[in-house]
Design a protein around this ligand. Structure first.
Ligand SMILES: Nc1nc2c(c(=O)[nH]1)N[C@H]1C(S)=C(S)[C@@H](COP(=O)(O)O)O[C@H]1N2
Ligand SMILES: [Mo]
Length: 313
């Protein structure tokens, strides 16, 4: 059985939870698409082709070339330069992989990565992706709405926030002190942000599994927020009653807020956020104006009614 509890609880005690998840369609969903998710190893960059359907919310823009998307990355566990993740993330082992879920839920859960990946049909979602460092890409991510997964975990009403925790394993990662981050990398969302249908539980891009440097085998993508909110290589998801600490908040609270909505009017203390270098197929990236909420305002602005987004940056 792919669903285990975290603390070696005997399998007899797991049964009610399994039945519960089955009733909710979690196991049924897994069975219905079993084998549909993963096809055959491609041998290219270690990625595996995924079977996908065209998803909601896709931009009609031409995606950034795959090669650029996987050679210019932020993944501080492997070094602070943009080329470091592509050079060093081969050390990451994306299988076997489990994701623990804990906190304000009925009972802690541990899921195998393939159970999560096969739970819902995988969609292609071409999203704009904007880094706080003022560059952007257009990436065809592969995944399904994170809200589907949340519902399957059955959080308690006291769950108001979600925290994502990335792997921090010295056997597989460098975890350099120079990054300044207190490992493990962690990020968080308010529950309504997490439940928004744009928030994508992500397993792939460009029709194939994530490259290690993109945060294989599972990451989150929140397209209206700066890229640092989108935690990579997630091993733990916590439902919380209070706003969680996040890596960048802890490191530089004057530079990185909890909300981190893309806001061209609110500058980073060291640079403007009014424009971005658009990384596309051209040799020299064009600079284009940045859109509020990264262009997703009509979908998400309502989540922040009555909030001062200069204070809550
Ligand atoms: N675990 C982890 N997740 C992370 C980061 C990181 O250093 N470690 N960097 C963040 C930042 S700053 C950005 S811009 C995006 C980069 O994603 P990409 O390399 O796929 O473009 O990942 C985010 N998620
Ligand atoms: Mo970033």
């Amino acid at each position: 059985m792919l669903i285990k509890t975290t603390t070696g609880i005997p399998s007899s005690e797991i049964t009610p939870q399994e039945k519960f998840l089955s009733r909710r369609g979690f196991l049924a969903g897994a069975a219905a698409v079993a084998g549909a998710g993963v096809i055959a190893p491609q041998g290219l960059w270690g990625a595996t082709k995924l079977q996908t359907t065209p998803g909601k919310f896709s931009l009609s823009e031409t995606p950034t070339p795959l090669k650029k998307a996987i050679s210019y990355n932020n993944f501080y566990e492997y070094g602070v330069d943009k080329g470091d993740p592509a050079a060093n993330a081969h050390r990451l082992k994306p299988r076997p992989w489990t994701v623990q879920v804990e906190g304000q839920i009925q009972k802690p859960l541990t899921f195998d990565i393939d159970t999560i990946m096969n739970y819902r049909p995988l969609e292609d979602r071409v999203y704009r992706f904007r880094c706080v460092e003022a560059w952007s890409m257009v990436i065809p991510w592969v995944g399904y709405s994170f809200s589907e997964f949340v519902k399957a975990c059955n959080p308690l009403p006291s769950a108001k926030y979600i925290q994502f925790i990335s792997l921090a394993d010295r056997k597989q990662m460098d975890l350099p002190d120079s990054a300044g981050i207190y490992w493990p990398y962690s990020e968080g969302l308010r529950m309504d942000e997490a439940m928004h249908p744009l928030t994508l539980l992500t397993f792939g891009s460009y029709g194939q599994t994530l490259e290690n440097q993109q945060g294989a085998p599972i990451r989150i993508i929140i397209p209206w927020k700066y890229g640092f909110k989108s935690a990579k290589s997630i091993v733990k998801i916590r439902f919380l009653d209070k706003q969680p600490h996040t890596s960048w908040n802890d490191l530089a609270p004057n530079e990185y807020g909890f909300y981190a909505n893309v806001n061209p009017q609110h500058n980073h203390p060291r640079w403007s956020q009014a424009s971005e270098r658009k990384i596309d197929a051209s040799l020299f990236p064009k600079t284009v104006p940045t859109l509020s909420f990264n262009g997703y305002g009509s979908e998400v602005a309502g989540l922040y009614n009555g909030m001062d987004l200069h204070k809550n940056y």
